[in-house]
Ligand binder design. Structure first.
Ligand SMILES: [Zn+2]
Length: 447
């Protein structure tokens, strides 16, 4: 995600249209497809011939080669994709809602066998079996993608856009891959907002020894905790960014509001009752979403429910993304579709509990946090890629930016083409071992 600090907050998350992308390459008032011939380009077809596309002639695809082209796309190059990669809005909805083939199903027999070997019970696992066989999200998701990677010739041409599984309530959970990325970005942004808004409050608390929320004095243990937290954050603010300056330099320029922090509702809760969050809208600074998540897997370490409840989670958020949510025609069962707000809320709550060293906390989540390589790949598709397609009304060629479903499909192609860890992981401890802070890679600043 690119955050342009010279622009107002409401533009941080705005999707780039074709004109904005092309203006980086061409200084023209009106840009027509023929103008692309003047630009330094890479064409996403086997023939790599732009004129062939402009003339509307047929072409061939090579998805493995395309993934490599995107990965190695140089800074000053524009990628042009043919219309074969288009997934128009109506079709997106269908792929997400009705087409099971567009989702990698984590309950599938080959994934169970790859992970459990002889212990595979031969059918979808029960709650008890998940606990006994330690059906851990990172193991399950990594096994699924390793399997696809091992059989990439078979799967790379499939139109996958995410993954899914079925909970103990028999309802399907759907995670479009782009929502993983957008959720992680929203969480990274919220983290940056905290650095600007929360640290001064923390400094004041450490200095005065008084809890700013309750007005009460901290115990020595509490104060020590706060002090450790503060020095950790201060050190992080001094870290050097690849953009050239210390993180604090960019954080100071961010336009943030108190409401940009994702706030979980503090009252205690039962798992089955759910927990509420207020999540800021990415594009509308006056709007926020009320998110409720049920069955959050909050347990002490060693509790076997860690690996069963996690698969029964579901959220309620009434954002535009959720318009996609729909019950499959042939079943009366509910279907849950995780949106970026829900994913960001859960990442946020998990991190908050870890920072407070709470015993009862979230140990794992079934959401992929993208690697730096994956974030860069997505950003190339957002900011330096356009598609050439026929305008159905005029029959002329037109240029447009990719939508999220199209980007998600190309992300899934990379997930199949490249080894799992190169794309991301669900377990942040793996990133810590790799000495990589995923928040660092998720946001790029421009001044
Ligand atoms: Zn939402």
């Amino acid at each position: 995600m690119l955050i342009n600090l010279s622009q107002p907050r409401k533009d941080y998350f705005k999707r780039w249209d074709a004109r904005r992308i092309l203006l980086q390459f061409l200084d023209k008032k009106r840009i027509v497809p023929k103008d692309l011939l003047e630009v330094d380009i890479i064409v996403g077809t086997k023939e790599e011939n732009l004129e062939q596309l402009l003339d509307g002639k047929s072409y061939q695809l090579d998805n493995q080669a395309l993934v490599d082209k995107i990965k190695s796309l140089e800074r000053d190059r524009l990628l042009i994709l043919p219309a074969a990669y288009r997934i128009p809005a109506g079709e997106s909805r269908e792929l997400i809602c009705y087409e099971m083939d567009s989702m990698v199903n984590l309950d599938k027999v080959m994934i169970r066998r790859a992970l459990l070997d002889n212990n595979d019970p031969g059918r979808r696992l029960t709650v008890r079996q998940k606990e006994e066989l330690n059906w851990h999200p990172e193991d399950v998701i990594s096994t699924a993608f390793k399997y696809l990677n091992q059989h990439k010739d078979k799967y790379i041409d499939r139109k996958f856009i995410g993954y899914c599984w079925t909970g103990a309530d028999k309802s399907l959970r759907v995670v479009p891959i782009m929502n993983n990325i957008k959720g992680a970005e929203l969480r990274a942004f919220q983290n940056l907002a905290y650095y600007q808004l929360g640290i001064p409050r923390l400094e004041m608390e450490v200095e005065s020894g008084i809890n700013s929320a309750t007005g009460e004095e901290f115990t020595r243990k509490e104060l020590e905790k706060k002090r450790r937290k503060l020095s950790k954050y201060q050190a992080h603010l001094k870290s050097q960014r690849t953009e050239g300056k210390e993180l604090s330099h960019y954080v100071a320029q961010l336009q943030v509001r108190q409401r940009d922090l994702i706030e979980p509702n503090k009252r205690g809760f039962k798992h089955s009752m759910g927990r509420n969050f207020i999540v800021p809208s990415k594009t509308n600074i006056y709007k926020e979403y009320n998110v409720k998540i049920v069955n959050i897997p909050m347990f002490e370490e060693e509790d076997p429910r860690i690996v069963s409840t996690v698969w029964d989670m579901f959220g309620e958020c009434y954002c535009k993304d959720k318009n996609y949510r729909s019950d499959r025609k042939d079943t009366k069962l509910k279907e849950y579709y995780f949106c970026p707000h829900e994913i960001a809320s859960l990442h946020g709550l998990k991190a908050m509990m870890e920072q407070e060293w709470e015993k009862r906390r979230i140990h794992s989540l079934p959401f992929l946090v993208p690697s730096k390589g994956m974030v860069d790949y997505v950003d190339k598709l957002r900011y330096r890629t356009v598609m050439l397609e026929k305008n159905p009304e005029t029959d002329n060629m037109r240029i447009r930016a990719l939508n999220d479903t199209e980007i998600g499909r190309l992300v899934m192609m990379k997930m199949i083409a490249d080894p799992y860890e190169k794309n991301g992981v669900t377990d942040s401890k793996i990133f810590t071992r790799m000495k990589y802070d995923p928040h660092t890679g998720l946001v790029k600043f421009r001044e």
